[in-house]
Design a protein around this ligand. Structure first.
Ligand code: ATP
Ligand code: MG
Length: 288
């Protein structure tokens, strides 16, 4: 697959500033700020209920911010509907599988290219030559992306017939088919076997390193987070409690405390449950 955006050139930074989201008396996000540098993996972690998915839902336009802003470069995303945000190159994969089960992998990926399709449905339906040429070009790109992700031999299989891990990879491939500038990954390895986790992590690293796409990663698997992330933001009860490179964050007393629960006043700090960078993720380690 060609590296159209290698090292993030041409991809603007994603700025989240003072983002606040309230639901009827509950502050799910409390003035969160973070910047996703072009072509990097920025992980957002934190215990259950910390506000990670809420943050994702604002970035993709599903939830509205109560206060604060999100910008991709100079373009404000706050308040735009999901399809406009997707149209600006922010692609999201959902935590739950979202591919039509009876459609082949090839056609599912082709659907991901819809926003890039020039010929209208009528021209395509009438098999006009320009539309046929365009579809051919899109199918070639779909094959390249499927090869990049490692599912090219499954292109004619219905997505519902694929093993779970490969379905998740097909979803990642469909998001890449949108030629995104920013990819939002919501627990991409949840429910996967150790082998599938390793493979998916390698693909995500490849998306950053070869394609230069910026990635925001919400993930409970700390092994994957520590291996992949260039930068980590830690949320707890809607607040940003720490941020920085993974090795610094995993030794931060506030992070250790948030994951283990507050120790009694004056007691010795508890041992970290945040594994070292490069450590193998344990099976079923999700849900810290
Ligand atoms: N639509 C909503 N209406 C009301 N409260 C909500 C809504 N969405 C989220 N919340 C609340 O906001 C808080 C943050 O939830 P969120 O889903 O963002 O947490 P999370 O960090 O993604 O947790 P998990 O790791 O369990 O997925 C929780 O208290 C949750 O109950
Ligand atoms: Mg969540």
């Amino acid at each position: 697959m060609t590296a159209t955006n290698a090292t993030g050139t041409g991809i603007p930074p994603l700025h989240v500033r003072d983002l606040t989201v309230r639901f009827a008396g509950l502050t799910a996000l409390d003035a969160i700020s973070l910047t996703v540098a072009p072509g990097t993996v920025h992980a957002v972690i934190g215990p259950n209920g910390a506000g990670k998915s809420t943050c994702f839902n604002v970035l993709s336009g599903v939830y509205r911010a109560t206060a604060g802003t999100v910008h991709l470069g100079d373009q404000e995303l706050t308040g735009l509907p999901p399809h406009r945000i997707a149209g600006l190159g922010v692609a999201r994969i959902f935590q739950n599988l979202a591919l039509p089960p009876r459609t082949t992998v090839a056609d599912s990926l082709l659907l991901g290219r819809h926003r890039l399709t020039r010929a209208g449905f009528l021209a395509a339906g009438l098999r006009l030559p320009a539309a046929v040429r365009e579809e051919h070009r899109h199918r070639e790109r779909v094959r390249e992306i499927a090869e990049f992700v490692g599912i090219a031999d499954q292109l004619s299989t219905p997505t519902g017939a694929l093993p779970y891990g490969q379905q998740k990879l097909a979803e990642l491939a469909r998001a890449l088919c949108m030629e995104p500038r920013v990819l939002l990954l919501d627990e991409p390895v949840a429910g996967m076997t150790a082998d599938e986790r390793r493979r998916t992590a390698a693909v995500v690293a490849g998306v950053r390193d070869s394609l230069g796409i910026s990635i925001v990663l919400v993930e409970h698997d700390m092994g994957v987070v520590m291996r992949l992330a260039d930068e980590v933001t830690v949320l707890d009860f809607g607040r940003r409690i720490a941020g920085g490179p993974p090795d610094r964050v995993q030794n931060d007393p506030a992070v250790i405390q948030a994951y283990l629960g507050a120790p009694a006043e004056g007691s010795a700090p508890a041992k970290s449950s945040v594994p070292a960078k490069g450590s193998a993720p344990a099976e079923g380690e999700a849900r810290a």
